[in-house]
Write a protein that binds this ligand. Structure first.
Ligand SMILES: CC(C)(COP(=O)(O)OP(=O)(O)OC[C@H]1O[C@@H](n2cnc3c(N)ncnc32)[C@H](O)[C@@H]1OP(=O)(O)O)[C@@H](O)C(=O)NCCC(=O)NCCS
Length: 327
């Protein structure tokens, strides 16, 4: 376009912090979209720390020395049938209003595509131009769809006292033993480190909530992460030893009791449509809400080996809101 300054794309640097926040706040109101007990700049700093190397992950687009577009990415490992796979999700795509519709976001996308270390891209967006971009890049919807169930919190919950459930401030190394066993039934599930879990679920800059854990003989048998915002409670993550419905039930019941006592009116849990925890949720009074969160995946490069869980409506996938940045 004549007279239009050229846009160049580069990695994020710590000195970009304020400019990145300006672009984000010009694009999303409010940001973050959920209640949080810290200033937006602290939430941004938290988010930027999500990747092992933030300065080789997040991207900015510049024109005339001004940052006009940004993309923040969440990079973490998953276990796919026991093999580790690095997965990227683009969490915040934003371009200053006066720069939209000129290919800035597409330019960032081309650049991310070249440089990303990820082997699989997981995406969730309701923004039409991003959906079109994703489709062009080969994204396909997860066939085992990501669907919410919810429960009003006026009742009492059976099983809350059946097992000792305690609140923790941070995860410790024992969580890795639980993880090694708990991942076994799943084809696709997060493969975090203790540090990643503490960053994601135990850092106040990430959101408001709490973590409850169950133990037997000093071993961790399960945990649940709750996030609260705008009068609702979300089960952001839940995991227990395989086949231990007797752990899942008290964890959910204790979480619901605590949310109810805090004045929360409704609890929401989003899971793949076919998932072993759904039965327990229904037994505790959750109903299918039919609110579907669109999730798509694509292989990083054409010709990369296929990952069949993407196309199987009954795939054994463990995916929860805590896998994303929604809450
Ligand atoms: C979504 C968003 C990041 C897109 O950024 P953008 O820079 O406007 O995106 P692009 O310019 O690359 O693409 C937008 C459209 O312009 C078109 N376009 C691309 N290059 C163009 C150019 N040089 N001239 C004219 N149009 C162009 C694209 O084809 C695309 O069309 P489509 O929507 O019909 O598919 C931006 O609109 C935004 O910040 N929105 C608010 C925040 C938000 O909702 N983010 C998404 C959720 S994370």
């Amino acid at each position: 376009m004549p007279g239009q300054p050229a846009v160049s794309v580069r990695y994020y640097r710590p000195s970009d912090e304020e400019a990145v926040l300006r672009v984000i706040q010009a694009s999303f109101a409010p940001w973050p979209a959920f209640d949080i007990g810290v200033a937006p700049i602290d939430h941004l700093r938290w988010k930027i720390e999500c990747a092992p190397d933030p300065e080789a992950t997040h991207m900015v687009a510049e024109a005339n020395g001004q940052i006009v577009g940004i993309r923040l990415c969440l990079v973490r490992d998953y276990s796919n049938n026991g093999a580790r796979v690095t997965v990227r999700t683009d969490t915040d795509n934003a371009v200053l209003p006066e720069w939209r519709g000129r290919g800035v976001n597409a330019a960032i996308g081309d650049s991310v595509f070249e440089s990303s270390p990820a082997e699989l891209i997981l995406s969730s967006t309701r923004e039409p131009s991003l959906i079109r971009r994703d489709q062009d890049l080969g994204h396909r919807p997860l066939r085992n769809r990501f669907v919410s169930a919810s429960s009003l919190l006026s009742q009492s919950f059976p099983g809350a006292a059946a097992m000792s459930v305690s609140e923790i401030a941070r995860f410790d190394e024992r969580i890795m033993k639980l993880w090694t066993l708990a991942v076994q039934p799943y084809e696709f599930i997060l493969a975090p480190s203790v540090n990643w879990l503490n960053w994601r679920f135990c850092d106040q800059r990430g959101g408001n909530g709490f973590v409850l854990q169950t133990e037997e003989n000093t071993d961790v048998t399960g945990f649940i992460v709750a996030r609260t915002s705008r009068g609702k409670g979300h089960i952001a993550y839940l995991l227990a030893l395989p086949g231990r419905g007797d752990v899942i039930q008290p964890l959910i019941a204790a979480c619901m009791t605590r949310l109810r006592d805090a004045g929360v009116a409704e609890a929401i849990c989003t899971l793949p449509e076919h998932h072993p925890y759904r039965e327990t949720l229904l037994a505790l009074g959750f109903t299918h809400k039919r609110r579907r969160i669109p999730v798509t995946t694509r292989l990083r490069r054409t010709g990369d080996p296929e990952r069949p869980f993407r196309h199987d409506p009954y795939a054994r996938i463990h995916l929860m809101l805590g896998d994303f940045d929604f809450i």
